[in-house]
Design a binder for this molecule. Structure first.
Ligand code: PNS
Length: 166
């Protein structure tokens, strides 16, 4: 039984994330989507909110569970006995950072292999930061986030003062 983890800050989940999660879920017996802290980003949504949005967005994927973890990805992968860490890659610009993370995680925990899935072409441009910027100025984000969480994301971002772009 092969388990993979799909980590991210998911602040908030986008259709690009859901595409990667859906495709990764077909490659493993079980996939754990784990909401983590990215020290370089100041999140707009709490960890709990991000996980709740992900749970709604992935509800139809039977072998996907959503979790949160405040610690090292390498430790979480060990806790779950994961065979793989799945990350989506949008562009060459993502690669240098992701490669550094993959090698660091391998050093900390040699068991899981990091697998990069290229994003689907239609989501190349998309990021959580872009979604937050558009929503902050009252723009239409319906094409960028899963429909089932659109209202929650809009409501949450509108009721706040401008959020930081991450
Ligand atoms: O969606 P993101 O922001 O690209 O996800 C990055 C994330 C959260 C997966 C990464 O920052 C991470 O692994 N955070 C946990 C702490 C950790 O293990 N850092 C890497 C070793 S320094």
């Amino acid at each position: 039984m092969a388990t993979a983890v799909c980590p991210g800050s998911f602040d908030p989940v986008t259709v690009g994330h859901l595409d990667i999660i859906t495709r990764a879920s077909k490659m493993f017996d079980s996939l754990i989507v784990v909401v983590m802290t990215n020290q370089a980003k100041a999140p707009a949504f709490t960890e709990h909110e991000r996980a709740a949005l992900l749970k709604t967005a992935t509800a139809e994927l039977q072998n996907v569970v959503v979790d949160t973890y405040d610690g090292l990805l390498a430790d979480y992968a060990a806790l779950q006995n994961a065979a793989a860490i799945v990350k989506g890659l949008r562009a060459v610009s993502d690669f240098e950072y992701e490669f550094q993370m993959a090698l660091t995680n391998k050093k900390l925990n040699p068991r899981p292999e990091t697998i990069f899935l290229p994003t689907s072409a239609e989501y190349m441009y998309l990021s959580s930061g872009i979604v937050k910027q558009i929503a902050m100025y009252g723009g239409d984000i319906s094409g960028f986030v899963p429909l089932c969480v659109l209202h929650d994301i809009e409501k949450r971002l509108k009721k706040n003062a401008p959020v930081k772009d991450t």
